[in-house]
Design a protein around this ligand. Structure first.
Ligand code: NOJ
Length: 684
């Protein structure tokens, strides 16, 4: 008998349910602690997993209780949300996706895993893989944007980075891909609301990143809080068992979301805790996070024959197997050897990735890079180091973060700062001193946008303009700027609907939330030390009423024709987005030409890219297809590839992309974004 069989044969029901339970640690002034009652439960083997406890010291202390003091000596598994960094905070995932660089995505996940392991953690509840086309939904910040092909590439890179070659590697942790599935399509973008979609939509748009994560060997999956087509994901046997395990071949652990099993009662599918626990277990949920439904409900469910001991044993086996793969039995203290601070090497990575995640949305008259040194730095996000972390800031600390004010000052610019207004209040009393400051400067840099916690979980918004009185501050400055360049650095966890701001500003940089090296990264791009190369992984609307707006929409029978009233359009706003998917300018002047296909399967697609500008530039090239007469309606464009090329001034190069030969006739498009007018095309 192997170790796991022996353990299962030896375990009491309470000990089995302990392995299926994950409880949160509390926070005390001195750091995370385990409540005495939970510590006793760990000692008695009735809590087998914890979340929200990290740090070498506390992690070791609590592991000792499990390993030395419990009857069966089974080690704990500790999990935490390290969405975009643990100690070193990288750009939010939406921003990092805009690098279109799988190697970079993987390297930040590796660093995060290393820091998590140093902190005694074994699992992170990441990557978040919810495709979303609705920027009202605050959690769009946590994921890879609007496209399933892109989300799948992101999923593979992140799983590789967190888990390395083997979960037993020093510095590897288990990834938990979330939130399976469809959460990004919540009704009206409202957090925790219901989702409803066709099978085609599910399989073509929302499922692919999870399929990619499973194919890459992801260790765990977290079901979404939401219901899909009437069945809560936490109890969705079809999607968790038949699709995830049987069809996709997932063999790992399913961890419920926080309190989600108990919430099956709110969904109306379970009458009591025993039913809720039985529904979740039967659907394939192995670990109950924070409901205590398994410990309290499963004994009753057993008595009522709602579940069998075999169902419990199967889940326990999966949890113990993961602990074994993490090498926890062999060496329970191998992780948590040293709390990581933010090392110089990690900072360098955060600065590099941070700078490359910035998207230059507009740059009229090439006002960027900055040509002058006397800068009026205005706005509530200019001196806001802590906000730079964005939502889900892991264990990152505000005082490890660099503000824009600090970054620009350290870059040697002559910077005067006034906030003008706060992020989200009604107070305009600071506007006049901000205007005075502008009168005295050569260039005005306006740092505007959302507070970090205006996106992320439970942070839906119905209006996507600038919060508070920021638009009024901007308008007053545009009014008085008198020919001085105004550069907007915009912070947000989502695309904002800000046509007025964009039309008046000379330059706009979407900074999202760049992480702990924000100020340095922004200074690098504004001064021209780094040429901007980020691309938006999500479409920006002109108006909230256009949402959902995304490039992969099916064209329908009456696509818009300006000469025909009875075609698809709004009467009060144009159809086109403020910025299309993939948009992002450089400091170069890029031209694409000579699109060609070399046959074979996969096809080789090549396009020449030239930089006619005076500065070096990194260009991202996108490959889309459109099927011809597919007999069902298909998206207007489907993303099938992307590639990057760095070009010196006057340099020309070739980007090579591969494409699996489509089944029927199709048209291929290559270009710098999803804007139709910018694409070169060829039939295939
Ligand atoms: C709730 C969130 O939905 C989930 O993403 C997260 O991992 C858990 N809380 C644990 O913090």
């Amino acid at each position: 008998m192997g170790r796991i069989d022996r353990l299962i044969a030896d375990m009491t029901l309470a000990e089995k349910l302990g392995q299926l339970t994950m409880t949160a640690a509390d926070y005390a002034v001195t750091g995370p602690v385990v409540a005495p009652v939970s510590e006793d439960a760990i000692r008695s083997g009735t809590i087998g997993n914890l979340l929200n406890l990290y740090g070498a010291e506390p992690a070791r202390r609590i592991q000792e209780v499990a390993v030395e003091e419990s009857r069966l000596h089974i080690p704990l598994m500790l999990g935490f949300d390290a969405l975009h960094g643990q100690r070193t905070i990288f750009p939010i995932p939406l921003a990092e996706t805009g690098l279109f660089d799988p190697e970079a995505w993987e390297s930040t996940a590796r660093k995060t895993a290393e820091e998590c392991a140093g902190d005694g953690l074994h699992m992170t509840f990441a990557p978040m893989l919810d495709v979303s086309r609705d920027p009202r939904w605050g959690r769009i910040a946590e994921g890879p944007g609007e496209d399933p092909f892109l989300g799948s590439a992101f999923a593979r890179a992140k799983v590789r980075g967190f888990q390395r070659a083997s979960l037993a590697d020093m510095g590897a942790i288990a990834a938990c891909a979330k939130h399976y599935v469809g959460y990004g399509a919540v009704t009206a973008g409202r957090e925790y609301a219901s989702t409803d979609m066709s099978d085609a939509m599910l399989r073509e748009v929302y499922l692919p990143p999870f399929r990619a994560a499973v194919e890459t060997g992801v260790a765990a999956i977290m079901p979404a809080f939401t219901d899909l087509n009437g069945i809560p994901m936490t109890a969705n046997g079809f999607l968790l068992r038949d699709v995830l395990r049987t069809e996709l071949g997932f063999e790992g652990v399913v961890v419920s979301d926080y309190h989600a099993i108990a919430e099956l009662w709110n969904h109306g599918v379970a009458g009591d805790l025993a039913e809720a626990a039985a529904l979740a277990l039967k659907a394939g949920v192995d670990i109950d996070m924070m409901s205590d439904a398994y410990r309290l409900g499963l004994p009753m469910a057993l008595e009522r024959d709602l579940v069998a001991m075999g169902d419990i044993d199967a889940a326990v086996r999966r949890v113990l197997s993961l602990k074994e793969r993490l090498d926890l039995f062999q060496d329970p203290y191998r992780r948590g050897r040293a709390d990581s601070g933010v090392t110089a090497q990690a900072r360098a990575l955060a600065r590099d990735v941070g700078a490359r995640s910035l998207v230059l949305l507009k740059n009229d008259g090439s006002v960027l890079p900055l040509a002058t040194r006397r800068i009026a730095l205005v706005g509530p996000l200019a001196d806001a180091a802590g906000e730079m972390r964005g939502p889900w800031g892991g264990a990152g600390r505000s005082d490890d973060c660099v503000s824009v004010l600090q970054g620009l000052s350290e870059a040697g610019l002559d910077v005067r700062h006034a906030p003008g207004v706060a992020i989200n209040t009604n107070d305009l009393s600071g506007v006049s001193s901000a205007l005075d400051l502008c009168a005295d400067a050569d260039t005005i840099v306006l740092c505007l946008g959302e507070a970090a916690l205006m996106s992320g979980e439970a942070a839906s918004r119905a209006f996507l303009g600038l919060p508070g009185r920021q638009q009024e501050l901007a308008d007053a400055i545009f009014d008085k700027a008198a020919g001085k360049p105004v550069v907007v650095v915009l912070f947000s966890g989502r695309p904002l609907a800000i046509p007025q701001l964009v039309s008046h500003a000379d330059a706009v940089v979407a900074a999202w939330f760049p992480g702990c090296e924000a100020g340095h990264a922004i200074a690098d791009v504004l001064t021209g030390k780094v040429s901007p190369s980020g691309r938006t992984p999500v479409t920006w609307p002109r108006a909230v009423g256009q949402i959902p707006i995304f490039f992969g929409e099916r064209s329908g029978g009456r696509p818009f024709n300006p000469d025909d009233h009875f075609t698809s359009h709004y009467s009060d706003v144009e159809n086109s987005p403020l910025f299309p998917f993939g948009h992002g300018l450089t400091y170069g002047k890029i031209a694409l030409s000579n699109l060609r296909i070399e046959s074979g399967d996969p096809l080789t697609v090549k396009v020449d890219v030239a930089n006619h500008g005076p500065r070096k530039a990194e260009e991202t090239v996108f490959l889309f297809i459109k099927q011809k007469v597919p007999r069902v309606t298909r998206p207007g464009l489907e993303l099938k590839g992307f590639g990057n090329i760095m070009l010196a001034p006057s340099e020309q190069g070739t980007v090579k992309l591969t494409l699996a030969r489509p089944e029927g006739p199709a048209e291929l498009f290559v270009g710098p974004s999803a804007a139709y007018s910018s694409l070169l095309s060829l039939p295939i």
